[in-house]
Design a protein around this ligand. Structure first.
Ligand code: BDR
Ligand code: CA
Length: 314
C-alpha cells in the first residue's frame, strides 16, 4: 500500500476524494491535515471529522493546518455553502483533532516513515509551503505531491472561478505558497480545471449514486445535489469532482494522461495572481519535476470507481 497524507479543505469534492482514498486497498491514509480554503479552518476541520464519522474511520488522525494564506486574508468559496459542506446532514464528530501543530505532525510522520511518502493536496498549498520553509530537508521524505489545483490556460475549458479570470481557487487562495511548492523540486502532478471540469458526473449518474451506492452513495448524491447547483448556474451539465481526480490517479495511473511540463505559479501580476503557467512549447525540455495531468482516459471508469468506493462502505 502507498502511504499517503491527505491535505485538504472539505468541501464537497474533498469529502468524495476522502471516501475514495479510504476505500482503496492501494492507499494507506496515515492522516488528514486540514487547511483553510473552501471555508474557515474550524469549519473545514469539522467537515473532515464528520466525513470520517460517516465512513466509520475515526481511527484516521485529523490535524488542523494553516488558518490563513501566507500573505492575503482568507476568502471562503461560494459553491460549498456557508458551512463549506452544505447539503446533507452528516453525523456530528465524536473524536477530537490531534493536539499537535501541523508542521510538527508532518515533520515527525515524514521523518519516521521508512520510505518517502506521497501527499495528496486538495486545497491551498499553505501547509506544505510552511513545512518546507521550516524543514527544507524533509523534501527528500516526500515522494511526490498529487495536486488538485491550477489550470492550463492554453486549454479550452469553461472557467469556473468567481475570483479570478486566470486562476483556479486553490492556487488563487495562496499563490505565494503554491509558487514555493511548485518550485521546491518535489515531483508534483497538477490536476487542474482544464481536466477536472471535463471529468465530472451527469445528473443520471448522481441518481445512480443515490439508488445503487448504498448508505454512503446516498450521502454522496446529496453532496452532488448541492454542488451541482453552483455548476448549472454557469451552464454546465457535468458536475466536476475535482479533488477525486488525483486520488483516482494514484489508485489507477492508467486512468489519466500525464505530461512532463514546466509549471510556474505567478503571484505578482495584477491580472494573473495565482495563474499556473504550463510551458507548452514543444521544443522546450522541462527543467523541473512538475507534471501536467492533461486528460482522463476513461470518464465512465472514473465514475464507476467512485460508485464502487461508495458501495464498499457498509
Ligand atoms: C477546488 O476548489 C475547491 O472549491 C474544491 O474543493 C477544489 O479543491 C476546485 O477549484
Ligand atoms: Ca478542495
Amino acid at each position: 500500500k502507498l502511504p499517503v497524507i491527505i491535505d485538504c479543505d472539505p468541501g464537497h469534492d474533498d469529502v468524495i476524494a476522502i471516501t475514495l482514498a479510504l476505500s482503496s486497498d492501494k492507499l494507506d491514509v496515515r492522516g488528514i491535515v486540514t487547511v483553510m480554503g473552501n471555508n474557515t479552518l474550524d469549519n473545514v476541520t469539522k467537515n473532515a471529522l464528520k466525513a470520517l464519522e460517516l465512513l466509520g474511520r475515526t481511527d484516521v488522525p485529523v490535524i488542523k493546518g494553516a488558518v490563513k494564506p501566507m500573505r492575503k486574508e482568507h476568502v471562503s468559496a461560494k459553491g460549498h455553502g456557508s458551512t463549506g459542506l452544505d447539503g446533507p446532514d452528516l453525523p456530528e464528530p465524536t473524536t477530537p483533532v490531534v493536539d499537535k501543530n501541523f508542521v510538527d505532525y508532518y515533520y515527525e510522520v515524514l521523518s519516521a516513515a521508512s520510505e518517502p511518502m506521497t501527499i495528496i493536496a486538495l486545497g491551498p498549498l499553505t501547509n506544505i509551503a510552511t513545512l518546507l520553509f521550516c524543514h527544507p530537508e524533509v523534501k527528500d521524505k516526500i515522494k511526490e505531491i498529487a495536486y488538485m489545483g491550477g489550470a492550463n490556460l492554453a486549454c479550452d475549458f469553461k472557467e469556473f472561478s468567481t475570483y479570478s479570470r486566470t486562476a483556479e481557487f486553490n492556487v488563487w487562495q495562496d499563490a505565494e505558497s503554491a509558487s514555493y511548492v511548485f518550485d521546491a523540486g518535489i515531483p508534483i502532478t497538477m490536476f487542474g480545471l482544464d481536466l477536472t471540469m471535463k471529468n465530472g458526473v451527469t445528473f443520471d449518474e448522481v441518481e445512480k449514486f443515490r439508488t445503487e451506492g448504498g448508505r454512503v452513495g446516498n450521502v454522496v448524491a446529496q453532496l452532488l445535489d448541492f454542488y451541482f447547483k453552483a455548476h448549472t448556474k454557469v451552464g454546465l451539465s457535468l458536475c466536476p469532482i475535482h479533488d477525486a481526480c488525483p486520488v483516482a490517479w494514484l489508485i489507477d495511473p492508467t486512468l489519466f494522461s500525464v505530461e512532463h511540463r514546466d509549471i510556474s505559479v505567478d503571484f505578482e501580476g495584477d491580472h494573473t495572481y495565482g495563474c499556473t503557467y504550463v510551458d507548452m512549447r514543444f521544443h522546450k525540455e522541462p527543467t523541473k519535476p512538475t507534471y501536467w495531468a492533461s486528460d482522463c482516459t476513461d470518464r465512465a471508469r472514473f465514475v464507476q470507481m467512485l460508485l464502487d468506493a461508495c458501495k464498499s462502505y457498509q
